[in-house]
Design a protein around this ligand. Structure first.
Ligand code: ADP
Length: 424
């Protein structure tokens, strides 16, 4: 049976986060890196997630890649589709969530979908269309300082409305508490009003299951990984996937040296770096030295090699918001990001090619994308969850490398050590 669900994710860690929730729901899931070449064999799984690196691309590029990914998934036999973005709705007024969702709806000939980044387990909840991160509104959270997609408006109806020419509505808490039938009735009413997108309130996993039942027949669902939590059961009730679930998370064990790379400047990552540095070695990459043409990557590699026998080393460029702003003022936002990503990618590639590293923890969505591209990874088997939103993974192609790809704000303070232990 071909996969039921075909997903397009706008970054690499977002893709693993989604795959993690599908695996937890009992769907055997593979993540493919980038749009597969035509003719690539379709994996024998229930769900395929195509991981793009389109979150901060120019909107036209993001649209083109996303539609190409959708076409591949359609050709692979998928019958339901999912556009995954960040649970903090990372985007600018120029896109890319609105333009990509518009293009996917058009391609599928569909007129309606939902937009729901809620992921209560990681503190992302939506009430009256406003997105909360923990106890604060999105616009009061550390996301307002994000290096690439600063989020300064918590009202998702307004945020998405600025990114699309289509009408955006809301499915409110009071409809959600009415359960799947009430949600379906509200969807019908919104469609009758010519509304194409519904932001969906959700504050707990029970609600996500009700929402999952209500949206399981939509051609396209858009959202964070949380809204996928209710889909596996809903598909099973419809006979679209098998009923077994026990072994969905099995991946081979990988032995070999390990390293941790962090390019995320998110608050959770900064805390994880501080925790690591209490007892373990780390090397800090200075973007200004990279911009001056100094061979900082070689220095980092020397630092790692001198200590590798004693255990993994952390290499990070991550810095607090004031420092990042100062660097961006001098280099430009995109250039600052890219020189750091290039350095991280080179370090990762060298460690794998020349030093026998086979286990890597990477912090940051863009950073993970750069690392995975440099390693030539074509796909990942998704294993058991390490922390909410982050599964252990193993590359599909040789050499087999264990990867824990962490979106910036995910993971507890001891995430790096925990991931390394889980990947053995
Ligand atoms: P997150 O998942 O937290 O959003 P990302 O890796 O997606 O993390 O994005 C962080 C971006 O910030 C990357 O492009 C990275 O290269 C860049 N970056 C990392 N360190 C610095 C720094 N010190 N100054 C400026 N930009 C940086």
């Amino acid at each position: 049976m071909p996969p039921i669900l075909g997903c397009v994710a706008d970054d690499f860690t977002g893709a693993t986060d989604l795959a993690n929730n599908l695996v937890r729901g009992g769907l055997r899931t593979v993540q493919l890196i980038g749009v597969p070449a035509p003719g690539t064999a379709v994996p024998d799984v229930d769900a395929v997630v195509v991981a793009l690196k389109s979150r901060t691309s120019p909107a036209a590029d993001a649209v083109r890649e996303s539609v190409t990914a959708l076409d591949w998934l359609k050709a692979a036999g998928c019958r339901r589709f999912f556009f995954k973005y960040c649970s903090t709705f990372d985007s600018t007024d120029d896109g890319n969530i609105g333009p990509v969702a518009d293009a996917l709806l058009d391609r599928l000939g569909a007129e309606f979908t939902i937009a729901c980044p809620a992921f209560p387990e990681t503190g992302r909840t939506i009430f009256k269309g406003h997105l909360f991160v923990g106890d604060t509104l999105l616009s009061d959270s550390s996301m307002r300082h994000h290096p690439l997609t600063p989020m300064t408006d918590s009202n998702l109806v307004a945020v998405l409305g600025r990114q699309t020419g289509r009408k955006v509505g809301l499915i409110q808490h009071r409809d959600i508490t009415g359960g799947a039938d009430a949600i379906r009735a509200r969807i019908d009413a919104l469609k009758a009003d010519g509304i194409s997108y519904a932001i969906v309130d959700a504050i707990d996993d029970h609600q996500l299951h009700e929402i999952g039942e209500a949206i399981a027949d939509l051609d396209l669902v858009t959202g964070g990984s949380g809204v996928a939590i209710g889909l596996p059961d809903a598909y099973r009730r419809r006979g679209l996937v098998g009923t077994t679930g026990g072994s969905a998370a099995e991946v081979p064990a990988i032995a070999g040296k390990a390293a941790v790379l962090a390019g995320s400047c998110s608050a959770a990552t900064l805390g994880q770096i501080a925790e690591w540095e209490k007892a373990r070695p780390s090397y800090n990459i200075d973007p200004m030295r990279l911009a001056n043409g100094e061979d900082v990557a070689a220095e980092a590699l020397n630092f790692i090699r001198a200590r590798m026998a004693d255990g993994p080393v952390l290499v990070y460029a991550s810095a607090p918001p004031e420092t990042v702003k100062a660097v961006q003022a001098k280099l430009g936002r995109a250039e600052a990001g890219e020189i750091v990503e290039r350095a991280m990618a080179r370090i990762a590639k060298t460690l794998v090619d020349e030093d026998g590293v086979r286990r890597l923890v990477v912090a940051g969505g863009e950073t993970s994308g750069a690392v995975v591209s440099a390693l030539g990874v074509t796909g990942l088997r998704i294993g058991a969850q390490i922390d909410p939103g982050v599964p252990g993974t193993v590359t599909l192609n040789e050499p087999s490398i264990a990867l824990a790809l962490k979106s910036g704000n995910f993971g507890g303070p001891d995430f790096f050590a925990k991931a390394l232990a889980a990947m053995l």
